[in-house]
Design a binder for this molecule. Structure first.
Ligand code: SAM
Length: 375
């Protein structure tokens, strides 16, 4: 019996017309049989490349990725396969290509994701890295109206957390900032310290957007900045900063508000800029990127941001990372990526709180202006 013979039609999927299920089955069978002509014929006959079998939830792209045929992957993507479809175990076709160490198939799928995200961005529509979430975890106004807790968890990790709601409306704790990110903050501060002010002898002017646990601000203090601006809007975070004496630290200037308001129409520039907010999405990050040419002091200034969007799936994370690099490049910024191994930091990190980062490696961006700013 050939692999193709093993594929049975799932009649439980009775919401869809029988002819559609039949043509989907013929496409999946052709992919399982590694028969490229039959794949192309099925697609030409209108087989639905987007269709996912109810169990295990595989679509044509999953089968093509498992086969590892670039031509088949291209054919099903051209035929309408969805680059970010996940199966019942949460795996995308990209995950399957990664598990097979198949870089070229993976890149084909990733680039399809990039094209799609770029297009969706142009249309200002929904995307895999822009999730609608009206709770404090995804809506800034709702976050700013929520109470935060500062505490230590059972493993001694410092946590600043907010209560949000999961997809079923149940309360769930979400870390606004968690101690496991310390290694990332340390590496970020180390790399950003390579920045230089435009005039020799001047101290660094540092801007941090989002205080959280103050981890990166504490590291920035050790650079002895001549100016250390911190933008922070949340009343509970501001109260925490006040009670821990941040207002009187070296060069510190706390701007009490959202970056969207604080930076509006300003003419200040900084040599180091870091951006790590909460409850904001890629559109907000991109809006912040657009300010960089007018707030970075020059080509020797350095910028980084917490690169956490899409970080619960390797393919989404890769697409989000490449998308950010592309948009930064369009604005005249170059980006260098550093890989930071964080798997060991995540081992006891979550308890009952939402896991917002599940990658073993964090992709750390360091960006700089390719040209001196005008004026
Ligand atoms: C992830 S924490 C920052 C953690 C920080 N990097 C550290 O090392 O501890 C995010 C912070 O951004 C703040 N925030 C959220 N939205 C903001 C906005 N629009 N402007 C400025 N800060 C914002 C939150 O109140 C929170 O304090």
């Amino acid at each position: 019996m050939s692999a193709a013979d093993e594929l049975v039609l799932d009649t439980a999927d009775d919401a869809l017309p029988a002819e559609l299920l039949e043509s989907a089955a013929s496409l999946h069978s052709a992919l399982l049989a590694h028969d490229l002509d039959a794949v192309k014929a099925a697609l030409a006959d209108g087989a639905p490349a987007w269709y996912q079998s109810p169990d295990p939830g595989w679509g044509a792209l999953h089968y093509a990725a498992e086969w590892g045929s670039e031509e088949a992957v291209r054919a099903v993507l051209d035929g309408g396969a969805v680059w970010n479809a996940v199966d019942k175990l949460g795996n995308t076709a990209g995950d399957i290509a990664i598990s097979r160490n198949d870089a070229s198939t993976y890149e084909l799928i990733r680039d399809a994701g990039l094209r799609s995200e770029l297009l969706l961005n142009l249309l200002a529509s929904h995307s895999a890295i822009k999730v609608e979430d009206p709770t404090p975890a995804g809506d800034l106004e709702s976050f700013l109206a929520s109470r935060l807790v500062y505490r230590q968890d059972a493993s001694g990790q410092e946590v600043c957390a907010v209560t949000a709601q999961d997809a079923d409306g149940r309360d769930i704790e979400v870390g606004v900032m968690m101690g496991w990110e310390r290694r990332i903050m340390e590496e970020t501060a180390r790399l950003l310290s390579a920045a230089e002010p435009p005039e020799e002898g001047d101290g660094l002017r540092v801007l941090n957007v989002g205080f959280g646990l103050g981890i990166i601000d504490t590291l920035f203090q050790s650079l002895s900045p001549s100016k250390h601006t911190i933008i922070e809007p949340h009343p509970d975070v501001l109260a925490h900063m006040d009670s821990t004496g941040w207002g009187s630290k070296r060069g510190v200037d706390i701007r009490r508000g959202k970056w969207q308001d604080v930076l509006k129409g300003g003419e200040e520039r900084w040599d180091v800029i870091y951006f790590d907010t909460f409850s904001e999405d890629y559109d907000d990050l991109r809006e912040f990127f657009a300010l960089l040419p007018s707030i970075l002091s020059g080509p020797k200034a350095r910028f980084s941001f917490f690169n956490g969007l899409g970080a619960t799936n390797a393919l989404f994370y890769d697409v989000a990372t490449h998308l950010a690099e592309l948009h930064l490049s369009q604005l005249g910024l170059s980006t260098q990526w550093d890989d930071v191994y964080v798997a060991q930091d995540l081992e006891d990190a979550w308890e009952d709180s939402r896991q917002y980062f599940t990658m073993e490696w964090y992709k750390l961006p360091v960006c700089w202006l390719r040209r001196a700013p005008e004026g």
